[in-house]
Design a protein around this ligand. Structure first.
Ligand SMILES: [Zn+2]
Ligand SMILES: [Zn+2]
Length: 228
């Protein structure tokens, strides 16, 4: 299942440019099998998710939220429909305790977006994952994010953080299973039954690709894997 875990909509995000249904149709058009609505400090109502799932099956829409922490970082929460998550001024330690007590899934979104250091202590409170790829994750931070994830033993994610339809499909996670609900999705992510994909990032067309192939042959290097 090709799944984008970080998508905004006009219904609940002030910066969202496209409606829920426009996002779903665009995701289907680029070959995704599902997405998660993660609007800023707002959950999608469960009844609305049921309606959309019935309408667009077998495409699946999961519920989530992107929380703007007091410290300034953004985190993704999956697997919880707790109304308290919304529109609260959460500090990271408070939110961390809340999520852990309820067995939700927590990921740090687009780290190092505006600065070279983090404003929360993820060594003390490690999330379940860190977003490696997104349209708001700086390319220059990729090595730093990989090192941080490796150092803390955290999984990475590839999501669009799309606020408009043309941003879908560039980054996604391919799950080995087809989770039927939010709890099964959290289980699949926790168990690492997925791989991250960034098709546009790994494509090296034209002369650049030929030159790289030549260099790799000279150095007896293996081609870059399309995913990790
Ligand atoms: Zn964000
Ligand atoms: Zn976002």
């Amino acid at each position: 299942m090709r799944l984008d875990l970080h998508v905004h909509t006009r219904e609940r995000s002030a910066c969202g440019k496209a409606t829920e249904e426009a996002m779903i149709k665009a995701a289907i058009a680029v070959g995704l099998d599902g997405l998660v609505f993660t609007d800023h400090d707002r959950l999608a109502p469960p009844t609305r998710l049921c309606e959309l799932n019935a309408q667009y099956a077998p495409f699946h829409i999961f519920g989530g939220i992107e929380i703007s922490l007091e410290e300034g970082e953004h985190v993704l929460v999956l697997g919880l429909q707790a109304p308290e998550l919304q529109n609260q001024r959460w500090t990271y330690p408070e939110l961390y305790g809340f999520i852990r007590r309820r067995e939700g899934f927590l990921a740090l979104n687009h780290p190092f977006r505006y600065r070279t250091s983090l404003r929360i202590d993820i060594t003390r409170h490690p999330p379940d994952a860190i977003e490696l790829y997104s349209h708001n994750t700086p390319l220059a931070a990729e090595d730093q994010i990989r090192q941080l994830a490796s150092h803390l033993g955290l999984r990475v994610l590839a999501n669009s953080d799309a606020h408009q339809t043309d941003r879908l499909g560039d980054y996604y996670n391919q799950l080995a299973t087809q989770p039927a609900n939010d709890r099964e999705l959290v289980e699949a992510l926790r168990q690492g039954r997925y791989s991250c994909h960034a098709p546009k990032r790994t494509a090296t067309p034209g002369w650049a690709g030929a030159a790289l192939t030549h260099i790799r042959q000279r150095l007896k290097l293996q081609p870059s894997p399309p995913s990790f």
